[in-house]
Design a protein around this ligand. Sequence first.
Ligand SMILES: Nc1ncnc2c1ncn2[C@@H]1O[C@H](COP(=O)(O)OP(=O)(O)OP(=O)(O)O)[C@@H](O)[C@H]1O
Ligand SMILES: [Mg+2]
Length: 265
Amino acid sequence: MTDYRALLEVQELVRRFGGVSAVDSVSFGVAEGELRGLIGPNGAGKSTLFHLISGHLHPDSGTLSFRGKRIERKPPAARARLGIAITFQTVHLFNGMTVLENTMVGGHAWTMHEWIEASFRLPRHHREERLIKEQAAWALERVGLDRFMHQPAESLPLGRQRSLQIARAICSKPELLLLDEPATGLRAEERRDLFALLGKLHTEGLTMILVEHDVGFVTSIAERITVLDRGHVIAEGTPEEIQYDPLVITAYLGTATSDESAGIR
Ligand SMILES: Nc1ncnc2c1ncn2[C@@H]1O[C@H](COP(=O)(O)OP(=O)(O)OP(=O)(O)O)[C@@H](O)[C@H]1O
Ligand SMILES: [Mg+2]
């Protein structure tokens, strides 16, 4: 045995949609504190794999272990309580709620109070709400959205809505953060800020898996990269190793489209 400690262990995971095997016998492990890149052409299965890890989808077969405990049958809320947070590729926000309130939703992953205490507004409920609000304000500051705190979430441009999803995830005090294309729609300056934020979170020891179409973005920040193609892991290694892997180059070039992202750079 090595001293490699996997925070997340994915074993032979399978998820089909009709005749399509979106995730097909996927196995990999992510060490505690690692920033893992997950790349692959459109339709490779990246988002499906994330939803299987976060619990928003259940696998047809295979196992998922988090800190050595099996989680593949647990619902998303239970996985969130364990510390698994996700920012979705398609932004999910609560319209009609402010930026702060949307961020506070993340805080409910770690509160202790039961619904009964909340409905009777018992002291612990008030205390925890105040703590969540503080944590949410801090998370918004980290992603640079604190000045928009009291605006309706839907009033933010799409790039900032993505940052808001990250704030909500940070507010949940995650141990594993799944980021599905967080840089999409961001302006150059916002991308730089995101890059700096991910670097900071990494330094603080947060384990992350980053899906990003901008391969340059991933290769410059991730320590190891897992490459998916048509549901399969076709390569895994350091950015240098995967950039020159013939299977990876073929997967990208074989699906090259007018989409500028479909190239490995
Ligand atoms: N809910 C669904 N119902 C049916 N098919 C689905 C569903 N979700 C995903 N798929 C299919 O599963 C495959 C993998 O899709 P997925 O969204 O996981 O890929 P991806 O790697 O995230 O792609 P992209 O880079 O475009 O985001 C695709 O063939 C897709 O059409
Ligand atoms: Mg996707």
